[in-house]
Design a protein around this ligand. Structure first.
Ligand SMILES: C[S@@+](CC[C@H](N)C(=O)[O-])C[C@H]1O[C@@H](n2cnc3c(N)ncnc32)[C@H](O)[C@@H]1O
Length: 226
């Protein structure tokens, strides 16, 4: 899976297609309903993850907002030990079933947590990755701060989202305040602790655009902890 498949607009569309009761755009119940009504497993990881992690030595990884676990399982297959966190139990169960099928069950821990409050262990992961983590949160800065704090010395932080813009100007994700930019994430990083901080807008992963028809570019932050 690549999670962009079930971004907020897609969620909205899916709810209408499947006749589900209209939920506020982005909620735990809304994601559960989306995953329940529209399995989105493709077996493919997100392109930015592949680009960033292919050359990294396998270690420990935290996938924040892992969904059905396409990224977590790609990492696990490459030798990483992965903690996959999501607040949708439906998605996590599907990921765990895939892990069992692929013989990767012992490499992925599926954690049912709300990232708005969950505090990951600090400096514990060689890679912390979050793709399209569009959610309501009480304090977005604090959430990214906790995710950044989870990166081990020498480790990598990768955060990808949908770029704000015209196409999303009236979207539910935008209304819900769920979008962020790479710069928003960079702002929580203490420059004394991080090197090679890069913030970019890039063309959307073509696979994802193809699946959703949504051409909104990606906003991508990559940083390494000293
Ligand atoms: C658009 S999907 C992306 C999934 C996955 N990263 C991918 O690229 O396939 C966003 C995911 O974040 C999860 N999520 C959103 N807010 C969350 C929160 N506060 N705590 C835990 N998970 C959350 C949703 O359940 C959903 O699975």
């Amino acid at each position: 899976m690549s999670g962009h498949q079930h971004d907020a607009q897609h969620q909205h569309d899916a709810q209408h297609r499947h006749g589900a009761q209209r939920e506020p755009a982005i909620t735990r119940a809304g994601y559960d309903e989306l995953y329940r009504s529209a399995p989105v497993w493709t077996g493919r990881p997100n392109g930015r993850l592949v680009a960033e992690a292919t050359d990294l030595a396998p270690g420990t990884a935290l996938d924040a907002g892992a969904g059905e676990g396409g990224d977590a399982l790609w990492l696990a297959a490459r030798g990483w030990r992965v903690t996959a966190v999501d607040y949708s139990e439906v998605a996590l169960k599907r990921g765990a079933a895939q892990a069992a099928e692929l013989g990767l069950a012992d490499r992925v821990e599926w954690r049912h947590e709300d990232l708005d409050t969950w505090r990951p262990p600090e400096r514990a992961f060689d890679l912390v990755t979050a793709h399209y983590l569009h959610a309501t949160w009480t304090d977005r800065e604090a959430m990214f701060h906790r995710l950044a704090a989870a990166v081990a010395p020498g480790g990598t932080l990768l955060v990808v989202g949908h770029q704000h813009g015209e196409a999303w100007g009236h979207g539910h994700a935008h209304e819900a305040g769920a979008l962020y930019t790479a710069e928003d994430v960079a702002a929580v990083l203490d420059p004394a602790d991080w090197v090679d901080v890069s913030t970019e807008t890039r063309d959307r992963d073509p696979g994802a655009a193809h699946r959703t028809g949504n051409p909104v570019p990606d906003t991508v932050l990559v940083a390494r902890r000293r």
